[in-house]
Write a protein that binds this ligand. Structure first.
Ligand SMILES: Cc1cc2nc3c(=O)[nH]c(=O)nc-3n(C[C@H](O)[C@H](O)[C@H](O)COP(=O)(O)O)c2cc1C
Length: 386
């Protein structure tokens, strides 16, 4: 006998700046690591998007794509820094729109610059003339950052961006957003979390500047404000612009929650249409071992604070695994959308399964083995309990 369809708030339609979404479930940005050396999606990545689209999620946010050569975080990262990449990026938006059926899923491109988290090995423009290897220190680009503060104690010190270089990167975000629009994406999401460049500017732990880009909370936020303005200039007023925002850093001298949520108050004025709440400058954003409902929704306290400060649609990520937890967050009004990363690596059709009556939580055990290790290709569920 067919199972009864679940009448859940999760499957009510939603809307972000005119983008109609068939349900409240979002695939949070997940770096697929399935591109060629130039950053063009390979067939495995297109297939993965087809699976996600067929699986019923309302909105897909792509893994982060780099807007400037100096902002590449890893070798198989998606690229959006050149005009000639548009046709290959279009394959992703087309497959989502085609495979998601009558009530199609939305697809938004996450644009990013890794700043001091860029890898010298992969931003190296040329093979070393002496040893022939890409990524040799001799020719590799030193990662750039607001201040020459290394990410880890004793780690390499990034190059402190000059004002002209900052302006160049602001423009690069704008142009990248224009390419995403041209490539058929339904919107863009700025990556303003997890210790990447926008977060580095916002955070007092990584921004020690004393010019117009740092020195006070308002000046540390200028980079984000200018990036948002550059993107708006490029894409026009009626194109959805989202941000994944880190509202608390969890590092010494980093953004406190009090300061972090204040950013949320401003973003509507800067032209943003929705905020996905996250936290942490590193791996603390993807907590391990989410095995009980009490472990789930681990950024809910932060989202509740953010909710008090904005009427924009909020998306909440971080350990969403069971229907009851997700529904209660939507019902209390803290978030308007629920996003997931790791569960959809393991079960891309989880939204359809839930809609068709499955009541069990996501099977993901949050072991983080989905990150590809050395010699491994792309994201995949490599959990020991499969
Ligand atoms: C393999 C992997 C890749 C990720 N890549 C990105 C990314 O490109 N951009 C981003 O904002 N977050 C990225 N994240 C973080 C997730 O989007 C999400 O915030 C985090 O995993 C917590 O959600 P979850 O419990 O549903 O996995 C990644 C996480 C994983 C596990």
């Amino acid at each position: 006998m067919p199972k009864e369809k679940l009448l859940s708030i999760l499957f009510e339609a939603g809307n972000i700046a005119g983008l109609e979404l068939k349900n409240r479930l979002v695939r949070s940005a997940t770096a697929e690591r399935m591109c060629d050396e130039e950053g063009r999606p390979e067939q495995a990545m297109i297939d993965l998007y087809a699976d996600l689209a067929r699986g019923g999620v309302g909105l897909i946010v792509t893994g982060h794509a780099f807007v400037h050569e100096s902002g590449k975080a890893h070798s198989t990262m998606t690229a959006v820094h050149r005009d000639d990449l548009v046709p290959s990026l279009r394959t992703l938006s087309e497959v989502v729109h085609r495979e998601s059926g009558g009530k199609r899923s939305g697809v938004v491109m996450q644009i990013n610059h890794a700043g001091r988290k860029a890898s010298e090995k992969v931003t190296c423009p040329e093979p070393c003339p002496e040893c022939g290897r890409r990524g040799s220190r001799r020719v590799g680009r030193t990662p750039v950052a607001p201040s020459p503060v290394s990410q880890v104690k004793g780690g390499p010190r990034p190059h402190e961006l000059t004002e002209a270089e900052i302006e160049e990167l602001v423009g690069a975000f704008g142009r990248a957003a224009g390419r995403a629009k041209e490539a058929g994406f339904d919107g863009v999401q700025l990556h303003g979390a997890h210790g990447y460049l926008i977060n580095q500017f916002c955070s007092p732990a990584s921004n020690w500047r004393r010019d117009r880009w740092g020195g006070s909370s308002a000046r540390r936020l200028r980079f984000l404000e200018e990036v948002a303005a550059a993107v708006r200039d490029e894409v026009g007023d009626d194109y959805p612009l989202l941000i994944k925002l880190g509202v608390q850093d969890f590092v010494r001298d980093g953004l406190t929650l009090d300061e972090g949520v204040e950013i949320v108050r401003h973003v509507a004025d800067w032209g943003l249409d929705a905020v996905e709440i996250s936290c942490g400058m590193g791996t603390t954003s993807a907590r391990k071992d989410i095995l009980r409902p009490e472990d789930e929704a681990y950024f809910l306290p932060q989202a509740r604070r953010a909710r008090e400060l904005t009427e924009l649609p909020l998306i909440l990520v971080g350990g969403m695994r069971s229907l009851e937890v997700m529904e209660s967050i939507l019902e209390e009004g803290t978030a308007d959308f629920i996003s997931m990363s790791r569960p959809l690596i393991r079960e891309p059709d989880l939204p359809n399964q839930w809609q068709e009556g499955r009541t069990e939580p996501a099977a993901c055990i949050s072991c983080n083995n989905c990150w590809p290790g050395p010699g491994e290709y792309g994201i995949a569920c490599r959990s020991s309990n499969r």
